[in-house]
Design a protein around this ligand. Structure first.
Ligand code: DGY
Length: 325
């Protein structure tokens, strides 16, 4: 009997075409609708391999109902949707898709930074809704990006790629990270600062961290109060790192100038979310890695990890427990 695998979202045929030779493949057949929890629970009963997205909560209760499960291959670099500890305790491997989305996510992050600083969405809306009657001196004026100070919280792969883009805009670069990155400091001309100092001196603050127990609500009222009144906060990492209630207050009271958000604590963000009522918030629906080429690479890598794990090889992107806490 072929080992059973379950794929939680419809993937392009070319990504999965070889799989059925060696595996009994089942796949949720919708592209834009997540698999219902009860369907997933049912599927988990027999599978040895699971390929899932960040939209599925692979928690302890689900893992407990999968007695044959050997590997959970996430099609994302972030894996806060998976209880890695419970999986590891049961000898189940967890993999992610780092590397292939670095540049694409950095592109989007810098784009969101520019769009937020220069009020691009608001300006487009201004034009399309017929408000543009004349050119005027202070109309839709924003913040300069060139020459400004960019504070990067989390200098991992994507943080570094963002720093490279910012250098091209002559930005001054500072970062905060759990560990100092001496080589990158030299290479990128980026200076380490404690978090409080980074928040005080930066014109743009980009959150580039994974969501873990340590980073949850890392940016709250206290941290927002340290930021400049002209500062712009960008988050393309994960909702849940920023306290959204505190952010709303800070933006509403103009304690900070604007925010660009590609991620939210609850996704899809409810349309009545207070942050969506503010003109100084630019929002996107979690599209950091959404280029055709990158999403194909992520899916291919997730499949490779799954196959490696099931055929007894160590998957190339095994998530190690101490790194995921
Ligand atoms: C990830 O990979 O974690 C992104 O959020 C989606 O590409």
């Amino acid at each position: 009997m072929k080992p059973k695998i379950y794929i939680t979202r419809k993937l392009p045929e070319q990504i999965i075409k070889g799989l059925s030779r060696n595996y009994d493949v089942r796949m949720w057949d919708q592209e834009d609708i997540p698999v219902p929890r009860e369907v997933l629970i049912e599927e988990m009963k027999e599978v040895e391999g699971l390929l899932c997205l960040l939209t599925e909560q692979i928690d302890e209760s689900l893992i407990e109902q999968a007695p044959n499960l050997k590997i959970i291959a996430n099609m994302a670099v972030g894996h806060n949707n998976i209880d890695v500890q419970s999986a590891t305790k049961r000898g189940i491997m967890v993999t992610n898709t780092p590397g292939v989305l670095t540049e694409t996510t950095a592109d989007l992050t810098f784009g969101l930074l520019l769009a937020t600083a220069r009020r691009m969405m608001e300006a487009e809306d201004y034009l399309r809704s017929g408000k543009w009657e004349t050119w005027s001196p202070m109309q839709l004026t924003g913040q300069d990006v060139h020459g400004a100070t960019l504070g990067i919280i989390g200098l991992g792969r994507i943080g570094e790629a963002l720093a490279k883009r910012a250098k091209g805009f002559d930005m001054n670069l500072v970062y905060f990270n759990r560990n100092r990155k001496y080589e990158q400091e030299k290479e990128l001309g980026i200076e380490y600062q404690p978090l409080e100092k980074l928040l005080q001196i930066s014109d743009f603050v980009c959150v580039m961290l994974p969501l873990t127990a340590e980073t949850a609500y890392m940016i709250g009222k206290e941290q927002l109060e340290l930021m400049k009144g002209t500062a712009v906060l960008i988050n393309t990492a994960r909702g849940g790192i920023i306290d959204e209630k505190a952010l709303y207050q800070a933006l509403e009271n103009r304690e900070i100038w604007a925010a660009g958000l590609d991620v939210f604590e609850e996704e899809p963000v409810p349309l009545d979310h207070p942050l969506l009522t503010l003109p100084n918030v630019v929002t996107l629906p979690h599209i950091g890695s959404a280029s055709i080429a990158t999403r194909m690479k992520m899916a291919t890598l997730a499949v490779q990890n799954l196959v490696d794990g099931l055929s007894g090889d160590t998957p190339r992107n095994l998530v190690l427990l101490n790194k995921s806490k």
